[in-house]
Design a binder for this molecule. Structure first.
Ligand SMILES: Nc1nc2c(ncn2[C@@H]2O[C@H](COP(=O)(O)OP(=O)(O)O)[C@@H](O)[C@H]2O)c(=O)[nH]1
Ligand SMILES: [Mg+2]
Length: 309
C-alpha cells in the first residue's frame, strides 16, 4: 500500500523534498510515518543536530525540524535542509492552545526572514476531542494578516491516525510541486454509494449507473465488505477518511459520528471533491430520519452534475 502523497511524488522524475517544521510533539514524525507508511526508516536522524531528522524512500526526502523559541535562520543546515526543500509544512498541535501565541510569532518570523515563501500550515491531531476548529485556529494564528506578497499560505487540519486531511495535503502538493492547472470544478462520475449506520447496522445503497456491468457489480459487492472493515477500524474515532482501489475503481470512505459513507468512482476522478461530497451528503443524511433516507435521491439532488450523464 502506498499513501496518496507518496503516489503523487512517485510520478515525479526528479527528487522531491518536503520539510516539516513545528514544536516538539506537534506530530511531525507521525505524519512522516503515515506518508511513508512504514514504521521503519531507511535513513535515521543526523545525530550531530538533535532537532533535525531526515528520512528518504525512493525519490522522496522528508526532513523534520523541532522548533524551539525562535527560527534558526542563521544555521546553514536549516537553510539547506529546510528552506531548500520543495515544500514546507508548518505543523501545529491543534489540541494545545497554550502554544498558539508562540506559533503565531514563529510563523511571522519564518515569513519575514524567508519571503517569498509558500507554506502549508497543518493543524494536527484533528481526531482528538479537544482539537480546536480550523476557523478558530485561523484567527488565533492571524494567518489572514500575513502579507500575501510575502507568503502564500494555506491551513488544513489533519490526523495521522484517521487519515483525515491527507488527501487535501496531497492535492496541495500536487499543485505546488507540479503546478498542475487548477480547474474550476472537476466533476466526478459517481458510480455507486453506500451508507452504513453503525448504531442500527442498517445500510443504504445506491447505484447511479442504469445498466451496471458485471465488473461494477463485483466491485460494489467488495465495497460492502470493505465498508465494514473501515467501520471496524475507525470505531473509536468520530471522524475519518480513506481511499482505496477496487479493480479499476477508486473508493472513498468517510466517517462522521456513527455513519460511514462510501463512494465508488472512476480511477482518475478527483478524490478531494469526492471527500467533500461525502461529508456533505453524510451531514444531510445525519439530520434525516432513516425511514426517509433515499441515497440516490439525496446525492442526485445535491450533486446532479457528478452523476453519470
Ligand atoms: N490523537 C492523535 N495523536 C497524535 C497524532 N499525531 C501524533 N500524535 C501524538 O502526539 C505525540 C507526538 O507525536 P510526534 O509525531 O512524535 O511529534 P513530533 O515531535 O512533532 O515528531 C505522540 O504521542 C503521538 O502519538 C494524531 O493524528 N492524533
Ligand atoms: Mg519527531
Amino acid at each position: 500500500m502506498m499513501s496518496a502523497i507518496k503516489g503523487i511524488i512517485s510520478k515525479s522524475e526528479t527528487k522531491v523534498s518536503i520539510a516539516l517544521i513545528g514544536l516538539t510533539n506537534s506530530g511531525k514524525t507521525s505524519l512522516v510515518k503515515r506518508i511513508i507508511q512504514s514504521q521503519e526508516f531507511l535513513h535515521g536522524s543526523i545525530s550531530a543536530v538533535s532537532e533535525l531528522e531526515y528520512h528518504t524512500v525512493d525519490n522522496l526526502t522528508l526532513t523534520t525540524w523541532d522548533l524551539k523559541d525562535h527560527i534558526p535562520q542563521y544555521k546553514s543546515l536549516w537553510k539547506r535542509s529546510i528552506l531548500g526543500a520543495d515544500a514546507l509544512f508548518f505543523l501545529v498541535d491543534s489540541t494545545d492552545p497554550s502554544v498558539f501565541e508562540k506559533i503565531r510569532q514563529l510563523i511571522i518570523d519564518v515569513v519575514e526572514f524567508n519571503s517569498p515563501i509558500k507554506m502549508l500550515v497543518l493543524a494536527s491531531k484533528s481526531d482528538h476531542k479537544s482539537s480546536v476548529p480550523v476557523n478558530e485556529l485561523l484567527e488565533q494564528l492571524d494567518l489572514i494578516k500575513l502579507d500575501r506578497n510575502k507568503c502564500e499560505c494555506d491551513l488544513f487540519k489533519f490526523s495521522s491516525q484517521t487519515g483525515e486531511g491527507l488527501y487535501a495535503i496531497g492535492e496541495w502538493l500536487n499543485k505546488s510541486l507540479f503546478k498542475q492547472k487548477e480547474r474550476i470544478i472537476d466533476y466526478i462520475e459517481l458510480r455507486a454509494s453506500l451508507i452504513l449506520d453503525e448504531e442500527t447496522d442498517r445500510t443504504f445503497e445506491a447505484l447511479f449507473v442504469d445498466n451496471p456491468n458485471i465488473l461494477l457489480l463485483t466491485a460494489f459487492r467488495e465495497l460492502r465488505r470493505k465498508a465494514r472493515v473501515f467501520s471496524r477500524t475507525m470505531r473509536i474515532y468520530g471522524t475519518g477518511e480513506e481511499v482505496i482501489e477496487i479493480a479499476n475503481y477508486k473508493v472513498v470512505f468517510v466517517k462522521e459520528k456513527s455513519h460511514v459513507i462510501a463512494f465508488l468512482m472512476g480511477n482518475t476522478d478527483p478524490i478531494q471533491r469526492a471527500i467533500e461530497i461525502a461529508r456533505n451528503v453524510l451531514y444531510n443524511a445525519n439530520s434525516m430520519n432513516d425511514e426517509h433516507l433515499n441515497l440516490r435521491k439525496l446525492v442526485g439532488d445535491l450533486y446532479p452534475l457528478d452523476l453519470p450523464r
